[in-house]
Each structure stands twice: as C-alpha cells, then as structure tokens.
Design a protein around this ligand. Structure first.
Ligand SMILES: Nc1nc2c(c(=O)[nH]1)N[C@H]1C(S)=C(S)[C@@H](COP(=O)(O)OP(=O)(O)OC[C@H]3O[C@@H](n4cnc5c(=O)[nH]c(N)nc54)[C@H](O)[C@@H]3O)O[C@H]1N2
Ligand SMILES: Nc1nc2c(c(=O)[nH]1)N[C@H]1C(S)=C(S)[C@@H](COP(=O)(O)OP(=O)(O)OC[C@H]3O[C@@H](n4cnc5c(=O)[nH]c(N)nc54)[C@H](O)[C@@H]3O)O[C@H]1N2
Ligand SMILES: [Mo]
Length: 799
C-alpha cells in the first residue's frame, strides 16, 4: 500500500492477512471466548471447531460465522453527510456517505491536526475504552493510544467498568488490587482445603467463558465441580439462584441487590458477640479495628449491627445469618464476591466488608482460606498466573497527563473544565473537541445512554474504527472499516492463563476493510510520524518482534519458548507452571518482614487516608450506606430493582447479531427475567413484549418468567444493540432491550468514580398493542455521494 504515492518505509503494510507468510499446520485462532479451529471455504468461515485441549469450549463459537459475515459489516469508509458538508446535523440521525480511503484519511488527519493546533492535545479524547480483540498486536485501543502518543498526546481514561470501585479501595485496605487482578486461591487449593466457600454473587458459568486475551482451556466449570465433589460447602448469596451449580452441596441464600454490606457487617457482629473473632490475627495483621468494632456494636451511631438489623435490610432471615456465621468459623473458609457487587452505588463497601470479615476469621494467608475476588467473573480466576512473558504490544507512553475515570465519560463531555473528586485528589475535565474510538462500544457500555447521546453531540468530530455498524459507529462523523481478527495474523495471550495461541488470518476481509494498525499507519504517514508509529515494521515483523520480546522475558525466568517459526507452525504453546503459594502467605508469617503497601503495612480495617478524604459516600471503614435506588427506596412508580448482568449469549455487545444471541431473542428483543410474583401481578407470561422504563428512559424486552430470581428484582443482560425509535429525538424509546437507557450515570463514590450500573429502579408492564420495531444490526441509511470527493484538505504539518 502506498500513501501519497510513497511506500511506507519501503515495507508494505497489508490490509489483508499475511497470506504470503507461511501458515503451516492446521488453521487455529483465538478469541476472548476461547481457542478454535476455523473451517474456511472460499475465503468464508463456515465453522469454528472447538480446540482439542479445551475441556469446556464456549457455545459462542457457534456465533462466529454469522458475525464475521454479517450484513452489518462496515465495508467502506463513510462520513456523516452533513458533517462532510460542514452543516451540523445530528449524530445518529443523519445518513452517511461512502468515501474513498484517501478522502477519509485526509479528513481524519486534517481534523486531528486542526484540533491539536487550535486546542492542544487535551482536546483529543483517545481513551477508547473497550474489549476489542484478543489479539495482542492488533488490539485497537492499544494501537490508538500508541498512535496518539506519537502525535504528542491525548486525553486518556483511567480505571475500568469491570472492577473500578475495587481497583481504588483495595490499595487503601490491603496495599494493592491483586486480590482482583492477580493470583487468588487455585481450584486445587480450594478443593483440597476449603470447608466453606462463601460466594457473594455466586459463580455464573456463563461469565467464565470469557477471558480478556483468550484461553486455551476453560477450567472454571471443572474447578468448581471438583470443589463440590471434594465436599466443600458452597453458599451462593445472590438475588439469582441459577448462577451457581445445581448441586446438593450448594446453598442458595436469596438477598436483595445492593445490601451485601449489611450482611457482612452482621456476620462480623455475630463473630464479635460470640467471642469468635480471631483477636490474635486482628492484633497482629490489621489496624483500626477499634473504630470498626465500635461501629458494629452501635457505639458510633446507636445502631447495633445484629442479624435482626441485617434481616430488615437484606431480606435474609436473622437465623440464616447466625447459622452462616457459625459455619464460617467452623473450618477453613474462603470468601469471594463477584465484580457485579461493586458496580453499584457504594460498591467499595462490600469489598472492604469481605476483607474485614476474612480478617476476623483469621485465615488470610492460609491455603484455601481468606478472601479473593473474581471466581465466576472471568475464566482465569482459580488458575495459575504467570508473572512474565506475555506477548503484548507496548504503546509509547502518553505525554499528556489527563486521564478521566472511564465512567465519567458523559460528565466530561457535558462539563468541560469542571472539577471532580477522584481518590483523594481534585481533577478537571478536559475540553474535548475530537473523540476517537477504536475497539469499544460506549453506546453499549455507558450508563444513561439518553444522557450520553446528548453529551455526544458536543464534540466537533467523532472518529470510530469498527468492523460492524454498531450503535457507536452510527454516532460517528467518520467510520473507518476495521478487519476482524479472522482477517489478520495475531497472537492471543494473557498473564492469567498458561496458553499462547497463534491467531492465523484465514478469512478475506470484506470490501475495503483494513487492520487498525494499517489505518493508523496511513494517518501517521500523513501527519509525519510514520517512523515513530510503525518502528519501521510491517505487521508480520511487528508480530515477530512482540513474540521475541516475550520469549526473552520468559527465558529469563527459566521458561524456554519455542522460536517464533516453530510456535507459529505448531499454533499454540502451554507454559508449565508450578503451583503458587497462597496469597498473602508471607505477610501472614510475618507482617513486619512482608508488609503490605498500605500506610501501616497491615490490613486497614479503618483507613485514616480514606477517612481523611472526607467523602460522605466512602467513609473510613466498611459502612452500610443506603443506595439511592434499591429495594429500600422502591416506590409504586418504580417498584423493581433492575440488574444488568453480563450476557451468557455473547460478549457485551459483540456477536449480538448472530448465532446464540440472535436465537435467544424474544420477538427480536432481549430476554428480560421477571420473578413469578412480579409477572403474576402484571399479567405477564413467557414471550410477552414488555415495556421497562423509569425517568431516564424506556426499553422493550421479551419476558422470561422465573422462580429463580428474588421477587422485586428483574434481570436484563447488557449488550443488546441500542436502537432508539427516533434517533433524531431526545429520549426516544429503545426498541431492543438495552438496559443502559435505564441505568444511572452516577459514581459508586467520589473515591472511585466507578460505574454504579447495578443500582437502578424501574417499572415493568406488559405491552398489548403492537410495538414498533427496527432491525438493530442493519447498516445505516446512505446518501448519494457528493458530486466529486471533496479535494483533500491539506493537513497542516505536525509540529
Ligand atoms: N448496565 C451495565 N452496563 C455495563 C456493565 C454492566 O454490568 N451493566 N458492564 C460494563 C463492563 S464490566 C464492561 S467491560 C463494558 C464492556 O464494554 P465494551 O468493551 O465497550 O463492549 P464490547 O461490546 O466488547 O465492545 C467492543 C467493541 O470493539 C469492536 N471490535 C472488536 N474487534 C475489533 C477490532 O479489531 N478493531 C476495532 N476497531 N474494533 C473491534 C466490537 O465490534 C465492539 O463494538 O460494559 C460495561 N457496561
Ligand atoms: N458470557 C459472558 N461472560 C462475560 C462477559 C460477557 O459479556 N459475556 N463479560 C466479562 C466482563 S467484561 C466482566 S467485567 C465480568 C463481570 O462479571 P460479574 O460482575 O461477576 O458479572 P454479572 O453477570 O454482572 O454478575 C455476577 C453475579 O452477581 C450477582 N449480583 C449482582 N448484584 C448483586 C448484589 O447486589 N448482591 C449479590 N450477592 N449478588 C449480586 C448476579 O446475580 C450474578 O449472579 O464478566 C465477564 N464474562
Ligand atoms: Mo468488564
């Protein structure tokens, strides 16, 4: 490929997969949902056959052929018609015009250069949050960050939607967030040692299909089965019964969403009342218990945190709570919580509560005891981490210091220059003029989408790279067609998983789609930073370099990897890793010799630092704080607590148009689980179309009536493509079942500024009349191209 007639460094960077490079051995590929053998006929994927070493392959493999060859692929660069003419219009409502690559690249380069010149790097928002692909070279967001850093910087993002509250509170309590991000007790250790495994939020089998960066072997379902076979008692504290195995060793404790902190405080108070707190451990390994104990006993606020007190809040009978406290102290106990608990208002509190309860039990650092998070959230949890050697592309550091918490996206666009609190400091939102998104879908992932849609009209330019016409692509000014992983070569890898998998490009890209890296290289060329961006490497050379770097790192730790050609020919590699020691074992042996990263070096049951921030929504010790929207504040207008769990039928919004997800829809809409009691009260039967709404929005779903969900709670999975009835109007009803038109765009707390997507009240009713509907996955309307492609704007030279 050439840009302005000149080849890039003489080395062509292909938009097509490296068919020229040797592809030995059987085709193989990886995705966040696992490894597979692509079966390809005439350049088209016809099947994704599970990898022979995977003991629990994901059913989502069945969705791949339909997704890769969907009618809604972006096949040519496109620009929003009024934006192209410079006449305003409205993002999301206007038709698009297909343009040539040269025109599209000139337009984007011109917009980047102009924005930077007029407003500085801060005005370019390149956070681009999202999962994108499992391939570690062509990870769109990472490549975008590298590209924008080469240009002199951009406003970025910090933290994540997944565990943003935990990520901020855990460092204050235990010194780092490794109980969420790193090694926790393995399935082997739990099966061998754990008597009681307390799961706040269960261990949903659907979630462990996924691992960011892929996996060669889904081990979690087998792990939990071995734990149950070993006789471990599993307690599923959850508004939902089905998110733990159906097994006699599993006890379901139904609970109101958002109330777990009260349960945890009561369990601690029971241990305290029974004289069953491990006072030796608390004295040796923690600080601040006097403050916490005074609160539990009611000395601080006059409220004794008894089991009866917690029953009124949680709906869990007091007797169940006292029984549970007795069980927890009667043997080896491991406590965990799903990440969902902290994607809520005051989501920091249940996590701090879990750690405090584990400290009272005194088993932190023992094999199969203590606490650890993420079982039932992603595939890796309970496996063995490898602290080295993961192939990864390392972007150039961003020279611009602005980093906005991911969940404050709409606030940033609506309140440029305004101050906000974040983890003890005050920051200001940048004045963003250009939004650049590659590899994420904010019109799936953000809360209160009607609010975001209004905020999103503010920037001057929105650029999106997408393989599909997603809701976010439809909200762009320029859409650049990206390849899927199957259309290029890459490597899947993650430090939480022992597998390296070659992702061999085997499918022809549709139309004019190009790799994100190719697109950004062409922009870099136009803006005078080609060398910095590509390092002089084409895709094949960059892939090889990424692998070789990982190989050197692994060799330095005594793990020889095969040479690149041998790895590529074989298609996969499994590291052989020794069993890890229990987390915090060294700290337990000697807190003085192996201190934590907290100010005291110990577990902080009361944190003077957090207390010193003075946040009323995140005080200095685990505290029950009533959420704004939950069962306790339900009204006749909005009586139902809506949870938006991760979908079992897809990855977020990915694969929504095909296979498993498509087959799950009810009358074309996302299924919504309603309790039998709530269904009866509303005359709702399976298969009915329902209207779900609150003051923020309205969405239409298909009813699934269930006995496995607590009355007063409904479940609507994330990821159904946002389809407003009238994209030209504010707050138009959404036709396809996207929960984020209902969720609140408020932070978990000022400490974390994390999402609070699970703290939501709604109304539900059956819709009798025919309801309008539109195909959520069809491409947008296209207008005729202007008479001739506008002459390429001459981008100002990059400073
Ligand atoms: N209500 C509610 N909302 C939530 C949550 C919740 O619990 N409740 N959970 C939140 C969580 S934890 C998360 S992680 C987020 C997930 O939010 P996202 O990560 O934004 O969701 P995805 O659908 O995975 O978006 C990835 C996008 O990348 C695109 N893509 C894939 N491969 C490529 C590629 O190679 N190149 C380019 N350019 N694009 C590519 C896909 O088509 C897709 O549009 O959602 C959050 N939103
Ligand atoms: N198939 C599939 N798997 C995925 C994903 C996907 O999109 N599809 N997404 C991945 C991503 S990005 C992430 S972050 C993880 C997220 O993983 P999680 O956060 O664990 O996922 P959820 O499905 O939202 O919720 C897990 C469980 O928590 C329970 N729960 C919710 N609120 C409460 C509460 O207040 N109290 C109690 N006790 N329980 C509660 C729910 O009922 C559910 O059983 O999943 C990952 N796995
Ligand atoms: Mo996530």
């Amino acid at each position: 490929m050439t840009v302005h007639g000149a080849p890039i460094h003489g080395a062509p960077i292909h938009g097509a997969p490296i068919h020229g490079a040797p592809i030995h051995g059987a085709p193989i590929h990886g995705a966040h949902w696992g490894t597979f053998r692509p079966r390809v006929e005439d350049g088209r994927l016809v099947a994704a056959v599970p990898f022979e070493h995977d003991r629990d392959p994901s059913p989502l493999l069945g969705s791949l052929p339909g997704a890769v060859h969907a009618a809604g692929r972006v096949t040519r660069p496109a620009a929003r018609a009024p934006w192209l003419r410079g006449t305003g219009g409205r993002r999301g409502a206007d038709p698009f015009v297909e343009v040539s690559w040269d025109t599209a690249l000139d337009l984007v380069a011109g917009a980047l250069a102009g924005t930077r010149e007029r407003h500085g790097p801060e005005a370019i928002f390149g956070g681009s949050y999202g999962w994108a692909s499992a391939g570690r070279l062509h990870h769109a967001r990472t490549q975008l960050h590298h590209f924008l850093a080469c240009l002199g910087g951009f406003s970025g993002q910090v933290s994540n939607y997944s565990y943003g509250a935990a990520d901020r509170i855990l460092p204050h309590v235990v010194g780092d967030a490794s109980a969420v991000t790193g090694q926790v007790a393995t399935w082997d250790d739990i099966a061998a040692e754990t008597d009681t495994f307390l799961l706040l939020g269960g261990a949903p089998a659907k979630n462990v299909q996924m691992e960011s960066g892929g996996t060669g072997d889904h081990l979690a379902r087998d792990g939990l089965a071995r734990v149950l076979a070993a006789g471990t008692r599993v307690v599923n504290v959850n508004p939902v019964r089905g998110d733990a195995p159906d097994h006699p060793g599993v006890q379901w404790v139904p609970i109101r969403p958002g109330s777990d902190t009260a349960l945890l405080l009561a369990l601690m108070r029971c241990l305290d009342a029974d004289g069953a707190v491990d006072e030796g451990f608390v004295a040796r390994a923690t600080v601040g218990d006097a403050r916490l104990r005074a609160y539990l006993r009611g000395h601080a606020d006059g409220v004794d945190k008894t089991a009866a007190w917690a029953e009124a809040i949680t709906g869990v009978p007091a007797e169940t709570i006292t029984d549970l406290a007795r069980r927890l102290r009667s043997g080896r106990t491991l406590i965990t919580a799903t990440w969902a608990l902290q994607r809520a208002e005051h989501g920091e509190q249940p996590y701090w509560g879990v750690i405090a309860l584990a400290a009272y039990l005194g088993q932190i650092g023992l094999r199969g005891g203590g606490f650890g998070f993420g079982y039932g959230c992603v595939g890796r949890t309970g496996g063995t981490y490898r602290p080295f050697g993961t192939p990864a592309f390392h972007p150039r550091p961003n020279p611009c210091p602005v980093r906005v918490p991911v969940a404050r996206l709409a606030d940033m666009l609506l309140q440029p220059g305004e101050p906000y609190d974040f983890d003890g400091a005050v920051h200001r939102y940048p004045d963003v003029r250009l939004v650049y998104w590659a590899g994420g879908n904010p019109f799936h992932h953000h809360q209160d989408l009607n609010r975001l849609a209004r905020a999103w009209q503010r920037p001057e330019t929105v650029v999106v790279h997408e393989p599909w016409w997603t809701p976010t692509a439809r909200m762009a000014d320029v859409v650049l067609p990206a390849t899927t992983t199957l259309e290029r070569d890459d490597i899947a890898a993650t430090s939480g998983d022992p597998w390296l998998v070659a992702m061999k490009g085997t499918v022809d890209p549709p139309g004019e789609a190009r790799n994100d890296r190719t697109i950004l290289a062409a922009l870099a060329e136009r803006l005078g930073v080609a060398d910095a961006y590509t390092g002089g490497r084409d895709d094949a050379a960059a892939l090889r370099a990424m692998y070789e770097e990982a190989r050197r790192s692994a060799a330095g730790r005594g793990h020889p990897l095969p040479a690149f050609d041998a790895f590529w020919a074989h298609g996969h590699h499994r590291y052989d890793l020794p069993a890890p020691p229990p987390p915090l074992a060294a700290f337990r042996r000697s807190p003085a010799d192996a201190p934590l990263g907290t100010p005291s070096g110990r577990i902080e049951l009361f944190s003077a630092t957090v207390d010193g921030f003075g946040y009323d929504d995140c005080p200095g010790h685990p505290t029950w704080l009533e959420p704004t929207e939950w069962a306790g504040t339900a009204t006749a207008r909005t009586p139902i607590h809506l949870l938006s769990p991760q979908p079992g039928t897809r990855l977020h919004s990915q694969l929504d148009m095909a296979g498993v997800s498509a087959a799950s829809k009810i009358a074309g809409r996302e299924p919504c689980v309603v309790s039998r009691r709530d269904a009866q009260e509303r005359g709702v039967a399976d298969g009915d179309v329902l209207r779900v709404w609150n003051a923020r929005g309205e969405t239409h779903v298909g009813a699934v009536v269930s006995d496995g969900v607590v009355p007063g709670v409904a479940l609507l999975a994330t990821g159904a493509w946002w389809t407003p009835l009238d994209p030209g109007a504010d707050d138009s009803p959404e036709l396809h079942g996207n929960p984020n038109v209902l969720t609140r765009d408020v932070p978990a707390s000022r400490l974390s500024q994390a999402t609070a997507a699970q703290s939501v009240l709604v109304a539900i009713e059956r819709v009798a009349a025919p309801v309008p509907y539109r195909d959520p996955h069809a491409p947008p309307a296209f207008a005729d191209p202007p008479p001739a492609d506008p002459p390429p704007a001459d981008p100002p030279p990059w400073p």
